[in-house]
Write a protein that binds this ligand. Structure first.
Ligand SMILES: [Zn+2]
Length: 376
């Protein structure tokens, strides 16, 4: 059925090019050729050793002048300013992000300030950061600070699955947690402005649905393949779901409660070791509770998340003794003005959200008891 609210301007946005496949980094020079000659490469030391050296070699062979910007680990204003200074000093004409979500979020911001193009080369399929025209900025202490928006999406996203399959399977699972939120959040945000500032198009709805379909069909299989470092069709499909479909889907479809509750959880210090998608996974269960999902539907999502070892209970989140007071602080932060939780079609206030979070834990604990679920 056509969306009856679609008599106004709608928007869909995406990167100009997306390339994914085994050994794609070897061909990076060919794809980056149109972007400039002097890239600033944002990368942390660990990733530099794994994939950075190979990339720099390939680029230097093709006459690129690469300046290495050592990334310190947090997508914070201070870190971004440091990289901007380095980019100015080296007269970088484009920026390359090599690594996970935080280096990608930082590099996109750096490129925006320097007014140069950015190429994103994710080395994990752990977030949907690569494709979007926004970054999540944190304080130096790792607390959620704000979303920053850019005029343009990254010019190029290049995913080398031979590198991604070598990352710990926990990263892929976190990406699944982030990606499984795409469809359920977009469904709630259907009548709200997306991250492009207008209502979503029908395409983003289709992307969210396809993303979810792939995860339910191949998520577990891809997770196991990742553990064995096996580059299989299922693994490729889930990398695409986590990176491209989730990225396009959340940006042009919109977010709702799952991500807002994730942002709320950054208030709890004991959870700072968890990955973005791990907290979003719990946010997904919480949002389903807010939506009044029936037990069969809840079980389907909880079952998928447990099958890839995503945390769905307070205990699994590492906060077995969390207090009501702490959870009320999470609910408070989740309901901040401008948060995506206000895209929900259900009634929202701090008390409702506090109860949904407790209800999510209870539903997951009950699932585990009922099914006798045990970690493999
Ligand atoms: Zn996310």
């Amino acid at each position: 059925m056509p969306n009856p609210k679609h008599l106004t301007e709608r928007i869909f946005q995406s990167p100009s090019k997306y390339i994914q496949g085994p050994n794609a980094i070897k061909n990076a020079a060919k794809y980056l050729d149109a972007m400039g000659r002097s890239p600033l490469l944002a990368v942390d030391d660990l990733v530099y050793d794994i994939a950075g050296k190979g990339l720099v070699e390939a680029l230097e062979k093709a006459q690129f002048k690469v300046t290495r910007g050592r990334f310190g680990g947090e997508a914070s204003t201070q870190e971004i300013n440091r990289l901007v200074t380095l980019g100015r000093e080296s007269q970088a004409d484009f920026v390359i992000a090599l690594g996970g979500g935080k280096v990608i979020d930082s590099a996109k911001n750096v490129a925006d300030i320097l007014k140069v193009p950015v190429a994103v080369l994710p080395t994990t399929a752990s977030t949907d950061a690569p494709c979007s025209a926004l970054s999540v900025i944190y304080t130096d202490g790792g607390e959620f600070e704000k979303y920053t928006f850019y005029d343009k999406n990254p010019n190029l996203v290049l995913v080398d699955t031979s590198v991604v399959v070598k990352a710990p399977a926990r990263f892929l699972a976190a990406g699944i947690g982030d990606a499984i939120a795409t469809n359920i959040e977009a469904r709630q945000a259907k009548y709200s402005a997306n991250f492009g500032g207008l209502l979503p198009t029908d395409l983003s709805e289709a992307i969210g649905a396809k993303c979810e379909e792939i995860l339910f069909k191949f998520g577990k299989q891809a997770y196991e393949a990742n553990k064995a470092q096996a580059l299989t069709p299922a693994f490729e499909a889930v990398v695409e779901a986590n990176t491209l479909l989730s990225g396009l889907g959340f940006e042009s479809g919109g977010l709702a409660a799952a991500h807002a509750i994730h942002n709320g959880f950054t208030a709890i210090h004991a959870m700072h070791g968890l990955m973005h998608g791990e907290k979003v996974a719990f946010g997904v269960v919480s949002q389903l509770i807010l939506n009044g999902a029936d037990t069969a539907e809840l079980d389907r999502y909880i079952g998928l998340m447990l099958s890839v070892d995503l945390p769905v209970t307070f205990e699994q989140l590492g906060i077995p003794n969390v207090t009501d007071e702490e959870l009320r602080a999470v609910a408070h932060l989740s309901c901040a003005p401008g948060e995506t939780i206000w895209n929900m079609e259900t009634a929202i206030n701090e008390d409702i959200v506090f109860n949904a979070i407790k209800g999510a834990n209870a539903a997951s604990v009950s699932y585990i008891k009922r099914t006798g679920f045990k970690k493999e």
